[in-house]
Ligand binder design. Structure first.
Ligand SMILES: Nc1ncnc2c1ncn2[C@@H]1O[C@H](COP(=O)(O)OP(=O)(O)O)[C@@H](O)[C@H]1O
Ligand SMILES: [Mg+2]
Length: 294
């Protein structure tokens, strides 16, 4: 989708029928619009994840500063920036994985749809059913391929026809044809690229709304990387994908929106990927994109 959008540039086109835009605005993207950088007339994407002044500390050290951004639904949003600038920390805010790090303290508001995921009544386990995650290093469990994919269904007590869900998830992860005759074999016997697609199948089986990916291809060879990139493109038809990558070409290839984090845990610029890479507003972003540092 990214290539298409980048060439047609139709996602943000102000010439599109304003009625449709208004209807979308009525329904979903109203919260926080006043803080957005785009005027309400030109914003016609639904926001699914919204951060408002998110700050994170590890003990005394601040890792993120006043992060405010709106992630559009069913798009690919990339987060780039030099090592240590807080990309993984931000990703872990979205599904409250930072809860598991004793030193971490999160302040601010983080909405999934209408709900602040940091409200007292939010169950992090239920949240993680709605927000799946894929990590840098493929981490299948020492279980069969089938049981890996069905894992979330079992621990979350999700009913339905598990055989059908496992098959569908493996198909969506572009792995089914390669493993359909060996579902009982260990997930650990697959190649690295297959393991990562297995982890993606595991993440999508509970039918989340958002899939977080933290450098999902950086441990893979170029062929496996390319398969993952194609897959991300397809996933964005049904899911919202938020991906951290240190590979700027990858961000440019696969994402619709790009957030640039820079040292000190600041979100320096967030916008359409095409604009970020071709004509960023911020000079530090320009320097980073053009390789002057990072
Ligand atoms: N579990 C942790 N405990 C303490 N400090 C951490 C922890 N995780 C990350 N940090 C620190 O927070 C900052 C941001 O890290 P991180 O989010 O991993 O950045 P990135 O993903 O952009 O490389 C870094 O200074 C890092 O050392
Ligand atoms: Mg990281």
């Amino acid at each position: 989708m990214s290539q298409e959008n980048m060439s047609n540039d139709n996602v943000e086109s102000p010439t599109e029928d304003p009625t449709d835009d208004d209807m979308l605005l009525e329904t979903d993207v109203t919260s926080g619009l006043e803080e957005g950088t785009q005027g309400s007339r030109t914003t016609h994407e639904r926001t699914i994840v919204e951060a408002k002044d998110v700050n994170v500390w590890y003990n005394q050290d601040q890792a993120l500063r006043d992060i405010t951004m709106q992630v559009p639904e069913n798009k690919v949003t990339a987060m780039i920036g030099p090592s240590g600038c807080g990309k993984s920390t931000f990703l872990r805010c979205i599904n409250r994985m930072n809860d598991m790090i004793d030193a971490a303290r999160v302040e601010g508001e983080l909405y999934l749809g209408e709900k602040n995921v940091y409200d007292d009544d939010v169950d992090p386990v239920a949240l993680r059913r709605r927000v799946g995650m894929v990590f840098q290093k493929p981490n299948p469990f020492p279980k069969s391929i089938y049981d890996n994919v069905a894992y979330g269904l079992n621990i979350q007590d999700i009913g339905g026809d598990h055989d059908a869900i496992v098959e569908e998830s493996l198909k969506r992860a572009a792995l089914w044809d390669e493993v359909k005759d060996q579902l009982d074999e260990s997930g650990l016997d697959l190649s690295g690229g297959q393991q990562q697609r297995l982890c993606i199948a595991r993440a999508i089986a509970p039918d989340p709304e958002v899939i977080l990916m933290d450098e999902p291809a950086s441990a893979l060879d170029p062929v496996a990387t390319s398969k993952i990139e194609d897959l991300i493109d397809e996933l964005a038809e049904d899911y919202t994908v938020i991906i951290v990558t240190h590979n700027m070409q990858q961000a440019a290839r696969i994402s619709d929106k790009t957030a640039v984090f820079l040292t000190g845990g600041e979100l320096v610029e967030f916008g359409d990927t095409k604009k970020i890479f071709e004509n960023p507003d911020n000079e530090r972003v320009e320097d980073y994109i053009t390789g002057k540092f990072g």
